[in-house]
Design a protein around this ligand. Sequence first.
Ligand SMILES: Cc1cc2nc3c(=O)[nH]c(=O)nc-3n(C[C@H](O)[C@H](O)[C@H](O)COP(=O)(O)OP(=O)(O)OC[C@H]3O[C@@H](n4cnc5c(N)ncnc54)[C@H](O)[C@@H]3O)c2cc1C
Length: 461
Amino acid sequence: MASKSFDYDLVVIGSGAGGSIAADIMADNKWKVAIVEHDIYGGEVANWSSVPMQALLRAADVYDISKNHGPALGLRSGAIGYNYPSVHAWKNTAMRRSGVANTERYYQNKGISALHGTARFIGPHEISIDQRQIKSKYFLIATGAQPADGAVVGIDKTPHLTPRAALDLVRPPKTLFIIGGGPTGCEFAELFSVFGTKVYIADEASRLLPKEDIEASELIETQFKSRRGMSVLPRSKVIRIAREGIMTRVTYISGSEEKSVKVDQVLLAAGRMPMVDLGLENAHVEFSVHGVETNEFLETSRRGIYAAGDVLGRFSYAHTGVYESRVVANNLLHPKRRLEPDYSAVPRVTHATTEIASVGMSEADCLKRDLSIQVGFAPIHIIARANIDNIRDGFVKVITDKKGMLIGATIAAPHAGESIHELTLAIQYSLTAAEVASTLHAFPSWSEAIRVACGNIRIKK
Ligand SMILES: Cc1cc2nc3c(=O)[nH]c(=O)nc-3n(C[C@H](O)[C@H](O)[C@H](O)COP(=O)(O)OP(=O)(O)OC[C@H]3O[C@@H](n4cnc5c(N)ncnc54)[C@H](O)[C@@H]3O)c2cc1C
C-alpha cells in the first residue's frame, strides 16, 4: 500500500516496451501502481513500429517469394497480384491478434490505474496529468523517442511521411524518397519497392546500414539496386525539400555536387530523439537531448526516479526496453541487490531483401578498440538448406577475440532473426567458436552455416 503522503507507490510514465513490464511486475508484487499514457496504450512497438511493420513485410515477402521465386521451383505464378488496402487490413488484423496494442483494459483488469493524459513533473514526487496532480513514492520514466527532423530545410513546411504515417498508407506511392538508410529506412525501402514503388534511399554515411558489418551493407545495396530497381544514394546529405505542385522536390549533396529529384512522397527515417520534454528539471533529473542520464542501476540523478527504454538514448529496440524495464522492477523490489543491465549481447534485426541479424561487436567496433581478433566466414550457398531453398545470397560472419571467444556475429540469411540467438547465447555466456562448431547442428538447417563459420576460426597457438 502507498503511504498516506503518496497516491501511488509507483507511477510509470509511458506504456510501451520500457514501461509496461515494470508496471506489471510491481502490481504482481502488490505495489499500488499507475501507468500514464497520452496516446494509445501499448506504445510504439505495438501500435506504430515493429508489429505493424513486420505484418506488412510478411505480406511483401509472401508476394515476392510467390512471384519471383516460384517459377524456378516449377510453379506458375504469373497471375499473382495484390490489393494494398487488403494488405493494410491484414496489418490491422495482425496488430489485434498480437494482443499488445491498445492495452488499457489489460491494466485496469490487473488493478493498475491507467491514467490518460500528458504527464509533467512538478517536483521529485509529483506530476501533473493535464489538470490533475498525482503524488508517488517512485517513478519510472519510459516516454520513448520521437522522429528526428534530420536538419533538412523546409521539412517543417512541406508535407512528408513519418514512419507512423507510412505504415498507415492505403496505397504505395509511385515514387518515394527515403531520408535515412538505417534499419527503419531499409525496411520501408524493401516494403514499398516490392509493391511497385520506385524508391530512392539516401544516407549521409558511406553505406546503408552503417552500424552493421560492411558485408551486410554491400549485400543489401546490391540487392536493392539489382532486384528492386532502387536508387541507392550513400554519402548523400539531403539539404532541402520543397513542394512543386503535387510533387516534392528533394535536393541533396552527393560528393561535392548538388542534385535534385522530384517524387510523390518523402519519408523521414533519419533516427529518433529521446522524449525528454516532461518537466524533468522540476524533479532535478539530469538529461540532455541525447536522453535521460542514469547510474548503472538505471536510477536517474534524483533518487527514486528510474528510466528505461528509448528515453535513455542507448538503444532503440523493444527487447532492450523490456529488459531495462525488468531491471528497474528488480531494483525497486530489491534495493540491496540491484542489477546492472548487461548489453554485451544485444541482438538486432533488419528485414531487408535478405534478413540481416547481428549481435555483439562489429568488426569496425573491434578495430576502433584496437582489439586483436579472428574472423570466420561462411557464404550461405555452401550449405544444403540454401541450395534446397534456391537462395544464393547471404553469409554468416563470426568474430572472436584472440583466444577464440565469440564477441560478435552477423547473419545474412532467411530467418536470420531466429538463428542469431544461438550466437547471442554464445556471446552472453562466453563460449568459444570451437565450442559452437563442435555442437551438433541439424541437417539441413540455416544454422549449419553458423557451425561452418565458427569452424573456420583458427587459433594460432
Ligand atoms: C518503424 C519502426 C520499426 C521498428 N521496428 C522494431 C523492431 O522490429 N524491433 C525492435 O526491437 N524495435 C523496433 N523499433 C523500435 C521500437 O519501436 C522502440 O525501441 C520501442 O518501441 C521503445 O519502447 P519505449 O517504451 O521506450 O517507447 P515507446 O514505445 O515510444 O513508449 C513511450 C510511450 O510514452 C508515451 N508518452 C511519452 N511522453 C509522455 C508523457 N509526457 N505523458 C504520457 N505519456 C507519454 C508515448 O505516447 C508512448 O506510448 C522500431 C521503431 C520504428 C520507428
